[in-house]
Design a protein around this ligand. Structure first.
Ligand code: UDX
Length: 445
C-alpha cells in the first residue's frame, strides 16, 4: 500500500522505515528541511540500532522516500499516518499543537477521501478532535480517523516493530479497519494478536500500558530502597516475585528512576486526564511522586556514600571533587537524554561544588547542550582518569564490561556508586573498591 507518514522523529522514522521493510511504499514527510536533506543523503539523525541499515535498503529499493512537501504526499496516497511529537506542555498536559497543525494541513491538501491514522501518543479524545479539525478544513471530503499506538522501546525499536506483542487499532470505520488489516497483513502468520477497538480504548491502552510499566519500575525502586534499609537483596526479591507468572520478571530492575520521552510525560498526562474525567488515579499519582522522590533521594545517597568513603565533612563533601558519570542517556542503546537521570543528578552534584565529567558513547554531545557546566567525553578512560568517584547511570554494554582491576589504576579514589547494579558486589570488594549499588548488601571481606 502507498502510505504517507508525517513526522520523522524516533517513532515516525522507525515506523515509516519498518512499514517500507514489510513491503509498503512510504513517503516520510518532515517540515525540517535539514533533516530531510540529511535523510536523503544517507545520514540518520538519531541513534537506533539496526535503523541505518534498513533505511538504506528501503531507500535503495525505492520503497522509502523523504520529502518536506506534505501537500504533495497527501495528494498521492489515501492513507496518512501522523507521527509528530506530543511533548509535555508547561502545565503537564500533552502539547497537541503539532498534531493539530498536521491535521489542518492534511485537510487542506486533501484531494479526496482519506484515512488518517494517529500513531503519536495522545490523550483520550484527541482522535475525535483530529476528526473535527479534518472535517472543518477538509472541503467536504470524508476522513476516517483511526488510532494505532506504537509500543516501540527506544534502543530496540526496529526489533519491537518487526516482532510486536500485539497490534492495537481503534476506529469506527470498517473501511479504515480493512485498510489497517492490510497494512499489518505481514504479521498474519506470525501469531500477533490484533485488537480492534474504539478510538478511546485504543488511546487509553497506550497510556495504561506505559503507566503500568512505570508503576513496576517505581515499585521495584521502592523495594530496592527497603532492601537497603533492611539488609535484604533486591535481585533475589525481583526473581522471587517475578517468577510468579501473574507478576512477570520484566521491568523489575532497580535503577535511577524511569526516564525517557514516554513514561514521565505519559504518567503525568494520565493523572491530569483522570482528574479532569472526575476519576482520579491515586495509583499513577503515587507512581509519579515516587519516581521523582527516588531520584532526589539518590542525590543524597551519592553525596553521603562519597563523604563516608573519602572520610570528609558530610555537609560539604563534593566541593572540588571530580566525579565521572558513566552513561548520560536515559537507558542503554539510545542517544536520547530526555528526562534522563543524568539531567537531574549531574546538576545536583555540580550545585554542590563537584566537577562533573560525563561519559556516553552516543549521548555525550546532547548532554553537553542541556546540562550546564558539565564536561563530556566519548572516551571512557578520559572520564575515569583522576576521578574521586564514579557514578554509573546507564547500563551500556561498554560500561557493564569495565574491568575494574585495570581501570582502578586511573582513579584518584576507588569509589563507585552504581545505580544500575552492573557489577558483582563480592568482586568489587575483592578488588578493594568502595562500592555502593541499589538494594544489595555491601560485601565486606
Ligand atoms: C517505553 C515503552 O516501553 C514503549 O512500549 C513505549 O512505546 C514508549 O515508552 P522507552 O521509553 O523507550 O519505551 O523505554 P523503556 O525501555 O520502556 O524504559 C523506560 C524507563 O524505565 C527507562 O528509564 C529505563 O531505564 C527504566 N527501567 C525499565 C528501569 O529502570 N527498570 C526496568 O526494569 C525497566
Amino acid at each position: 500500500m502507498k502510505i504517507a507518514l508525517i513526522g520523522t522523529g524516533y517513532v515516525g522514522l522507525v515506523t515509516g522505515t519498518c512499514l517500507a521493510n514489510i513491503g509498503h511504499d512510504i513517503i516520510c514527510v518532515d517540515h525540517a528541511e535539514e533533516k530531510v536533506e540529511a535523510l536523503n543523503s544517507g545520514k540518520i539523525p538519531i541513534f537506533e540500532p539496526g535503523l541505518a541499515e534498513i533505511v538504506q535498503s528501503a531507500k535503495s529499493s525505492g520503497k522509502l522516500v523523504f520529502t518536506t512537501d506534505l501537500a504533495e504526499a497527501v495528494r498521492s496516497v489515501d492513507l496518512i499516518f501522523i507521527a509528530v511529537g506530543t511533548p509535555q506542555a508547561s502545565d503537564g498536559r500533552s502539547d497537541l499543537s503539532q498534531i493539530e497543525a498536521a491535521a489542518k494541513q492534511i485537510a487542506k491538501a486533501a484531494n479526496g477521501d482519506k484515512t488518517v491514522v494517529v500513531k503519536s501518543t495522545v490523550p483520550v479524545g484527541t482522535c475525535r478532535r483530529v476528526g473535527r479539525i479534518l472535517a472543518k478544513h477538509g472541503n467536504d471530503h470524508d476522513f476516517q480517523i483511526t488510532s494505532n499506538p506504537e509500543f516501540l522501546r527506544e534502543g530496540n525499536a526496529v526489533a519491537d516493530f518487526m516482532k510486536p506483542d500485539r497490534i492495537v487499532i481503534g476506529t469506527q470505520s470498517s473501511c479504515a479497519a480493512d485498510k489497517m488489516r492490510a497494512i499489518y497483513q505481514y504479521f498474519d502468520d506470525k501469531d500477533v494478536p490484533v485488537i480492534m477497538t474504539s478510538l478511546e480504548t485504543s488511546e487509553l491502552i497506550k497510556y495504561s500500558a506505559n503507566a503500568f510499566l512505570a508503576a513496576k519500575v517505581a515499585f521495584i525502586n521502592e523495594m530496592a530502597n527497603l532492601c537497603d534499609a533492611t539488609g535484604a537483596n533486591v535481585e533475589d526479591l525481583s526473581l522471587g516475585i517475578g517468577l510468579d507468572e501473574r507478576i512477570g520478571k520484566a521491568f523489575l530492575k532497580p535503577g535511577p528512576g524511569y526516564g525517557g520521552s514516554c513514561f514521565p510525560k505519559d504518567t503525568l498526562a494520565l493523572t491530569i486526564l483522570a482528574q479532569e474525567a472526575d476519576s482520579p488515579s491515586r495509583i499513577i499519582e503515587s507512581v509519579v511522586d515516587s519516581n521523582s522522590n527516588h531520584i532526589r533521594r539518590l542525590g543524597r545517597k551519592i553525596a553521603d556514600f562519597c563523604a563516608e568513603s573519602w572520610n570528609v565533612d558530610p555537609k560539604l563533601p563534593l566541593i572540588d571533587k571530580r566525579i565521572a558519570i558513566l552513561g548520560l542517556a536515559f537507558k542503554a542503546n539510545t542517544d536520547d537524554i530526555r528526562s534522563a537521570a543524568s539531567t537531574v543528578i549531574a546538576p545536583l552534584l555540580i550545585k554542590q561544588g563537584a566537577n562533573v565529567i560525563g561519559f556516553d558513547p552516543e549521548a555525550a554531545e546532547a548532554a553537553r547542550n542541556v546540562i550546564d557546566h558539565i564536561e563530556t567525553t566519548t572516551d571512557l578512560d578520559e572520564a575515569l582518569t583522576g576521578a574521586d568517584a564514579v557514578l554509573v547511570l546507564t547500563e551500556w554494554d561498554e560500561i557493564r564490561a569495565i574491568d575494574w582491576a585495570e581501570k582502578k589504576k586511573l582513579l584518584a579514589s576507588p569509589v563507585v556508586v552504581d545505580l544500575r547494579n552492573l557489577y558483582d558486589t563480592k568482586e568489587m570488594a575483592r578488588l578493594g573498591m568502595q562500592y555502593s549499588s541499589l538494594g544489595r548488601p555491601a560485601e565486606t571481606l
